[in-house]
Design a protein around this ligand. Structure first.
Ligand SMILES: C[S@@+](CC[C@H](N)C(=O)[O-])C[C@H]1O[C@@H](n2cnc3c(N)ncnc32)[C@H](O)[C@@H]1O
Length: 675
């Protein structure tokens, strides 16, 4: 007897059936509540009434069960810290790039002081909530940690990843609760001229826009870019070929413009060179050029440039009418260079003021063009005064145009990473660096920091290195990534991704590394950096410092002095947890003092003790024992701005008092702290 033939002796769940029936009749009344899917009875009442039903106050806003908790989550302080991992880093002491392993919520909290208002660009590519994603749960009580560990929802790397299938009654709410606090914290890090780009697809685009409108303000919404991926996904009876990139600016009162290089310029210039070398007649060359534009389907940013001068340089005619439909430009006479009669003034007036126009004209220098029109300075005139003149612009001078709101770039991030990893598919759906470069280029990043706190395969770091190597700009990156356990992922993976995850595991085994996604991210950067260096030889920063999120370096008692009892007093003898190194303490001090983790760190030996010098004399730190007056004197000579010691590191209490006094006398600008 098969399963299907068995008599179902259980009575039907009528509540569920009723729910389904109502959902079918009134889909607008289905909502998500703290307990899962629910019916909004106020709305249902309204559906059944001819008059407006009194009930909850109506408001225009996005609500979901867990929103208040998400706000609390964003505001709760963290007791965690970041520990440097020198052995995984590349050029630790000198690099300004960071790779941080850990839950981005905690990491963003830790970066609040050091990077407040310092990030020029944030790019994120969060889980799209496809129904197959795991969503990170923030709101869980401490008591349930053990339980989660046992049930396998939390692993030893402190992950709390929970599947979020479409059927979950809190499908959208859980995603929103995960995103909301992270975006809130991220906003604080943006500089005043900062920009945030968020990759998303149509599953959560509406919710993403709503929370971003709330967090960044609707006024700071800039554009929703459609990314045409060129290759459709045909699994739903329609060829889905696009995703979105939301753009928000920190402050819309500042002027922002997003640019992109004009596509196909090299080919066009090559063509003009050929015309010249063959001595092709200009009129014929112009016809050929127009045909080429048509064939390639260029947009107006290029096709406008369809004239060729005697040197075979390509130029275009820019309209001189006042551009704004609601206002009017100045009106004045402009004389035709040949007929000497005033030309037709545009209906809405001129685009330029008279003095600017006069500067562009050069009546001493008039050239007749092959079609009988004229150029006079940098102004083009038709045969006679009956046609409005235009200003002349060369294509080579306007190689950039405003970023288009539809970006067509092949979705070949997978192939790109395969090339880096010996032709093995190691990541699922990484973003192509071409897309990320387009975004970085669009804001002309220069000496800025790019933060990606859902960094996955670290494609953003790769893209930034490529951009830096070509433009020789000194931008830095901060990648944040959860150390997702690939063995866990393999258990839950569908057939499409199983092979990719298995490849990653095999690859990490060959390197003798743990099965964590962060190992892949770091390796990707190492390989991409090597490739870029070999190909370009550019003198840029190829290194990165690795930090790992961990519990505080301090014994818990350090944070709860009110709770200690006499028998715990010995903890004060040294409040640093065992196993923590001076590198660990330095990172914590830098974060606490609000210093960027990317500052240059130098290690020197003074009086037999290890001294860290951060950014020259911005911060000195010594966590060795037996600190005494002689050491203080040696340091004071260098006049550091800040100095930090271990509380238990002084030779004795007198030494502690004397060191303080000595520093005050010899280097009054120095601020001293102990941990
Ligand atoms: C869509 S992928 C990003 C892909 C990436 N842009 C690329 O090109 O490879 C999202 C990543 O965010 C990571 N992630 C999810 N929740 C996170 C959290 N709470 N903290 C840090 N990373 C997280 C996931 O592990 C996943 O690798």
């Amino acid at each position: 007897m098969s399963e299907n033939d068995k008599l179902d002796l259980a009575s039907p769940d009528l509540v569920n059936e009723n729910f389904e029936k109502l959902s079918e009749l009134f889909p607008n009344c289905v909502t998500e509540s703290a307990e899962g899917k629910a019916i909004d009875f106020d709305l249902l009442k309204q559906e059944l009434s001819h008059a407006v039903v009194e009930g909850n106050k109506e408001r225009y806003r996005l609500e979901w069960p867990g929103k208040k908790e998400a706000i609390v989550t964003a505001n709760l302080p963290t007791t965690k810290t970041l520990r440097p991992v020198r052995e995984d880093s590349v050029d630790f002491d000198n690099t300004e790039n960071l790779y941080i392993e850990g839950d981005n919520l905690e990491v963003l909290k830790l970066l609040q002081e050091s990077y407040l208002g310092k990030i020029k660009m944030i790019y994120i590519d969060p889980p799209y909530n496809t129904g197959k994603d795991f969503v990170y749960k923030d709101n869980f009580s401490r008591d349930s940690q053990e339980e989660l560990l046992e049930s396998g929802q939390k692993n030893e790397y402190n992950q709390r990843l929970v599947a979020n299938p479409e059927t979950s009654g809190r499908y959208h709410s859980d995603w929103l609760s995960m995103m909301y606090p992270r975006l809130r914290l991220a906003r604080n890090l943006l500089s005043d001229d900062g920009v945030v780009f968020i990759s998303i697809n149509n599953i959560e685009i509406h919710n993403a826009r709503k929370i971003c409108d709330e967090i960044f303000s609707e006024n700071n919404f800039f554009e929703c870019i459609t990314w045409n991926k060129r290759v459709p996904k045909n699994d739903k009876g329609i060829g889905n070929i696009h995703e979105f990139v939301l753009i928000y600016v920190k402050n819309s009162e500042l002027e922002h413009s997003f640019i992109m290089p004009k596509d196909g310029l090299e080919e066009i210039f090559d063509m003009a060179k050929k015309f010249k070398s063959k001595g092709i007649d200009i009129t014929e060359a112009e016809l050929e050029l127009k045909k080429f534009y048509k064939k390639r389907g260029f947009d107006r940013g290029i096709t406008l440039y369809n004239s060729i001068d005697h040197n075979y340089k390509i130029w275009g005619k820019i309209n001189m009418s006042w551009p704004n439909a609601n206002t009017f430009g100045p009106r004045y006479d402009v004389l035709h260079p040949k007929t000497k009669k005033p030309v037709k003034v545009p209906d809405r007036g001129w685009r330029w003021k008279e003095s600017t126009f006069n500067e562009a004209l050069d009546y001493e220098n008039v050239v007749e063009l092959p079609d009988g029109s004229f150029r006079c300075g940098t102004i083009w005139f038709a045969k006679d005064e009956n046609t409005q003149p235009s200003s002349i612009k060369y294509l080579e001078d306007v190689s950039d145009m405003l970023l288009r709101s539809i970006v067509s770039l092949k979705s070949d991030g997978g192939i790109e990473t395969e090339k880096l990893f010996a032709n093995k598919s190691i990541f699922s759906y990484p973003k192509p660096t071409s897309l990320l470069r387009r975004l970085v280029e669009s804001i002309k990043m220069e000496n800025g920091i790019v933060l990606d706190f859902f960094s996955g395969s670290a494609s953003t770091a790769d893209a930034l290195l490529q951009y830096n190597s070509e433009s020789l700009k000194r931008n830095k990156y901060i990648m944040v990534q959860l150390p997702e356990d690939l063995d866990e992922n393999l258990k839950d993976a569908d057939n499409n991704t199983k092979q990719t995850i298995q490849n990653s595991i095999d690859f990490l085994d060959s390197l003798g590394k743990p099965h964590l996604i962060t190992e892949l991210g770091k390796e990707r950067i190492r390989r991409a950096a090597k490739k870029i260096k070999e190909e370009t030889g550019a003198d840029i920063d190829y290194g990165f410092r690795v930090y790992r999120l961990d519990e505080s370096n301090m014994e818990d008692v350090y944070y709860m002095p009110q709770e200690y009892t006499q028998d715990k007093l010995d903890l004060f003898a040294d409040n640093v947890k065992s196993g923590r190194t001076s590198d660990d303490l330095l990172a914590q001090v830098m974060l606490d003092w609000g210093l960027p983790l990317s500052l240059k760190i130098e290690q020197v030996n003074i009086n037999g003790k290890k001294l860290f010098k951060v950014a020259e004399n911005s911060l000195y730190a010594c966590f060795d024992d037996d600190i005494d007056e002689a050491f203080a004197k040696a340091i004071a000579e260098e006049q550091p701005l800040r100095i930090v010691f271990k509380d238990s590191g002084f030779k004795d209490d007198t030494a502690k008092t004397n060191v303080k006094q000595l520093l005050k006398q010899l280097s009054p600008e120095t601020e001293m702290k102990v941990i």
